[in-house]
Structures are given as structure tokens and as C-alpha cells.
Write a protein that binds this ligand. Structure first.
Ligand code: IYR
Length: 221
């Protein structure tokens, strides 16, 4: 252990076996309630909630601790509307020209189309950027496992959103370079998710679909 890279003791809180079983089960039940939502209310989000949610995402592990993520929190209605128009323009091309017939068939159960009203309606958008590389004194510096790191952070973001009692959607109106321009982010950052966040509308519905069973997604060796 060198002085330049010191280590500190770490002993996270322990729980009894029964408590662990209870906590694991209860957390699963809580997360199993999560659904991706496309119908939002314009009800405002209490102050400080989104900041804590984003701070939670920022606790994710990352390659060489480079923390290669950036979260744009957009609540300004004018900027949200600009984003909606640009997202809808890309999605129109996706649905009209770029999606294959197989892709459109796979999307049919979700009833999606190129109209993205939720971008205007939801009180907040969180745009998740990956930092593909860093720039230090005009030199390109490498980040590691960027997709994995930012994917994990996004998962933690979604978990924190659900835990706070809000809903979201992992929306990807690709290509999303328009978000760099609208949000004034540098070229070394690439947007990977555009997430409306808020409360569901009173008449919100979600597709009737099922999760795979545990024995379908896991095998014990
Ligand atoms: N990005 C498009 C299409 C879309 C693609 C997948 I894969 C989805 O699971 C859902 C939608 C859209 O948002 O409409």
C-alpha cells in the first residue's frame, strides 16, 4: 500500500440471517412493482428528490473509478419541448425508415409510435451521458468499461427513481447527438438514455406482460 494510494478500513453494516432474508425478499417485492411508464402526470416532484436519485446513480462502481457519466436534469419546459421536437424527428425516421419489420413486430405489444408527448408532460427529464474519454490539458485520457459502468449507474438510477415513488421510461430516440447540442455537452460525452421522470397519469396503463421466472434466468452450479 503506497502513501499516494491510501486504503481506509471498510466494514459495512451487518444484519442477522433472518433480517438479510427479509430485506432481500422485501427489496425484490419492491422492485418487482417497477414498470416502465409512458403516461405521465405534470405533477411536480418534491424538492431535492431528483438530486438524491442522481447522487445514488453516482455511487455506481466504474472502471478504474473514472466515474464516466454525466446526468443532465432538465425541468425547463422550453428546453424539454426542444428535446421533444428533436426526439420525435429522429423517431419518425426510425419508425418510417430505420426499424426493420421484425423490430416493429417486436414493438407492437408496447403500442409505441413516434409521438413522444411524455417529454413535454413529465416534470423532469434525466439525460444520461457516457463519457467515452476525458480531455485533460488538451490530451485525450482513457476511460475503462464505459458501457458497463454507465449501464450499472443507469440501473441504480432507475432503482432510486422507483424507490422514491416515481416512474420513468428508458427512452432511446437514436441517434441522440441532438442532446449534446441542446444541452451544450462536449463531444467526449455521448447520450445513452433520455428518461422522463415523474408520477404516472391517473389513467396510466402499462402493457400486460410477464417477467421471466427465476429458473428461466438463473441456474445454480
Ligand atoms: N426508441 C423507440 C422504439 C422503441 C424501441 C424499443 I427496443 C423499445 O423497447 C421501445 C421503443 C421509441 O421509443 O418509440
Amino acid at each position: 500500500m503506497s502513501i499516494e494510494h491510501p486504503f481506509i478500513p471498510y466494514q459495512p453494516k451487518r444484519h442477522s440471517a433472518i433480517e438479510m432474508q427479509q430485506r432481500a425478499r422485501e427489496f425484490f417485492l419492491e422492485m418487482d412493482e417497477r414498470r416502465s411508464v409512458r403516461y405521465f402526470s405534470d405533477e411536480p416532484i418534491p424538492e431535492g428528490v431528483l438530486e438524491h436519485i442522481i447522487a445514488t446513480a453516482g455511487t455506481a462502481p466504474s472502471g478504474a473509478h473514472k466515474q464516466p457519466w454525466f446526468f443532465a436534469l432538465v425541468t425547463n419546459p422550453g428546453i424539454k419541448h426542444q428535446i421533444r421536437l428533436a426526439a420525435e424527428a429522429e423517431e419518425k425516421k426510425n419508425y418510417d425508415e430505420r426499424f426493420t419489420p421484425e423490430w416493429k413486430e417486436d414493438l407492437a405489444p408496447f403500442g409505441t409510435d413516434a409521438v413522444k408527448a411524455y417529454i413535454d408532460v413529465a416534470p423532469a427529464l434525466i439525460v444520461v451521458f457516457k463519457e467515452s474519454y476525458r480531455v485533460h490539458q488538451e490530451e485525450k485520457k482513457k476511460n475503462y468499461y464505459v458501457n458497463e459502468s454507465v449501464g450499472i449507474a443507469a440501473g441504480m438510477l432507475i432503482t432510486a427513481i422507483h424507490h422514491a415513488g416515481l416512474v420513468t421510461l428508458t427512452h432511446t430516440p437514436n441517434p441522440m447527438k441532438f442532446l449534446n447540442e441542446i444541452l451544450d455537452r462536449p463531444q467526449n460525452e455521448t447520450p445513452i438514455l433520455l428518461m422522463p421522470v415523474g408520477f404516472p397519469s391517473d389513467d396510466c396503463k402499462v402493457p400486460k406482460i410477464q417477467r421471466k421466472r427465476l429458473d428461466e434466468i438463473m441456474r445454480v452450479y
